[in-house]
Design a protein around this ligand. Sequence first.
Ligand SMILES: C[S@@+](CC[C@H](N)C(=O)[O-])C[C@H]1O[C@@H](n2cnc3c(N)ncnc32)[C@H](O)[C@@H]1O
Length: 253
Amino acid sequence: MRPRAVSPDREIDGRRDTGNRASQERLRHDAPVRDRSSRKKLRPTAERHYPGDGLFDRLARAVCAADAVPRKELYESWEVARRVRRRLRGRRIVDLACGHGLLAQIAAILDRDAEEVVALDPNLPPSAERVAAALAERWPFLAQRVRRVASKLEHFELASDDLVISAHACGGLTDRILDRAIAARAAVAVLPCCSDHSHSDVGNLDGWMDADLAIDAVRAIRLRAAGYRIWTQTIPAAITPKNRLLIGKPLDT
Ligand SMILES: C[S@@+](CC[C@H](N)C(=O)[O-])C[C@H]1O[C@@H](n2cnc3c(N)ncnc32)[C@H](O)[C@@H]1O
């Protein structure tokens, strides 16, 4: 018998809801406690909400200890990193427009074979340091593996065996990330953010669909036309409405 399809929204804390009564109970119980879209900073006192031994709970406790990241961004980074990990590997992983750098840190934890993980942003916030320190306390190898680079992506050289990742790079920044990845023939995964309708290409598709969706559809087609195998996925909309994940890998690698 074929396994029953489970909608991405029926996932919680990175664990799949199997639909049985215990997990239904857990979903009901957790929902009010943990609004996954909350922009409230995860404080050390929130550690009690993540008591388990699983990787997600251990990670969440470390993020709480950092006292630096909104709850939504913990879930976003986790959901992106685990989906990308299933599809792509890179000798080096490069998180462009990384902000606090949590996506880069989680990517490093999930892919121990990556030789280096770069977290790049021209405006690295103080939270990036706090996140790195809190996670390195639990996973000491991260201190050597993850390199924070204060730079614009335009000044960073990419290689064909890189894996480029990026979450919520605003407007046309996502397009520039795709351009750079394509030019280097690097594997790439982006979770686009707000769209800049005046600069991003809607491909004349906005007569049929919402302009933001049209822009992401054109991005996917462009990646495919550039010789990439693509995957189009979503992370749970309960975390963010900007939840379309575009993954691509050059066909010739
Ligand atoms: C909305 S934030 C996303 C941060 C993070 N990826 C996240 O998911 O929370 C967009 C980031 O893009 C960065 N940024 C802006 N221009 C950039 C550029 N030319 N190269 C790299 N990053 C840039 C900003 O400094 C900002 O941190």
